[in-house]
Design a binder for this molecule. Structure first.
Ligand SMILES: [Zn+2]
Ligand SMILES: [Zn+2]
Length: 279
């Protein structure tokens, strides 16, 4: 009996090797990254892409299970960031709070912003408000990560607690700290937007394409973040794959530069393009 208990504590149900645990961790955290960038950010916040209800509900479940973040709160805080960027009202501007605060403690800035009730109403419109949102995902956000802890412990024994801890700091670190902090502080800029947003790298692979934060601020509702020939956005690659199998519908992408070598003076088409761009 004691042997069985000790064996369970050290190996869990799977007796997985270190390599298997690392692969598991990577798959879990990347799925969470995709949930944040594709569902919370590009779809719910900016409406650049729509997902099939089955997939949208999977994303909702996954976000709840692995982060405990509430869709309406996330959307409201992020929309406010775009609306008030780099002002006193921006929930997490490194220009206002300093890069150290946003990078290391971005999660408490997010939490404080998510407590502002009138902002939730003002900026959180159009997010899920059904039975399961009220009773479970939004009503009991901490049950998700608690269930995740039990799953990790069951699969791997006590080491599962460490795997769980890494899962729990993944989004606070890479999204709240890295994108919100460094993404407004260091990197290159394609667009002279009125904010300080930067592209962290031309190949957005590790944080789901969120690396291209300057491009995103220039065209917030574009489902595609890579805008130059040499840039790559893994989130957009996934959207294209999902679209090919009927699980995603792209609503908006940023316009591409249209050069007409045979036209030397502005004409009616140029005027139309300028007006469309302005409005
Ligand atoms: Zn930003
Ligand atoms: Zn955004």
């Amino acid at each position: 009996m004691l042997d069985a208990v000790l064996n369970f504590l050290s190996n869990g149900l799977t007796g997985a090797s270190w390599v298997a645990m690392l692969v598991f961790l990577l798959v879990m955290t990347q799925l969470t990254i995709f949930t944040v960038t594709l569902y919370l950010h590009r779809s719910q916040t900016h409406r650049g892409v729509d997902f099939h209800p089955a997939l949208a509900n999977f994303f909702r479940f996954w976000g709840w299970l692995t982060t405990g973040m509430v869709v309406k709160e996330w959307v409201a805080v992020h929309r406010k960031h775009h609306a008030k960027v780099e002002t006193e009202e921006d929930p997490h501007s490194p220009q206002i709070y300093g890069i150290k605060k946003v990078f290391w403690d971005g999660v408490s800035l997010y939490r404080d912003a998510s407590y502002i009730k009138e902002d939730l109403e003002k900026y959180g419109r159009g997010t899920p408000d059904d039975w399961i949102e009220r009773k479970l995902f939004g009503g009991h956000p901490y049950w998700g990560p608690t269930l995740m802890l039990l799953i990790d412990l069951a699969l791997f024994g006590v080491i599962g607690a460490a795997i769980w801890a890494v899962q729990m700091i993944w989004i606070p670190f890479w999204a709240a700290g890295f994108v919100n902090g460094i993404g407004h502080w260091w990197g290159y800029r394609n667009f002279e937007s009125a904010d300080t947003a930067t592209n962290l790298a031309p190949w957005g692979v590790w944080i789901g394409g969120e690396e291209l934060h300057n491009n995103h601020h220039a065209f917030p509702s574009s489902a595609k973040f890579a805008l130059r020939k040499w840039e790559f956005d893994i989130g957009w690659a996934v959207i294209c794959a999902l679209r090919a199998v009927g699980l995603a519908k792209v609503m908006r992408v940023a316009p591409t530069l249209d050069i007409r070598p045979n036209v030397h003076l502005p004409d009616a088409e140029t005027l139309k393009a300028v007006l469309t761009h302005r409005f």
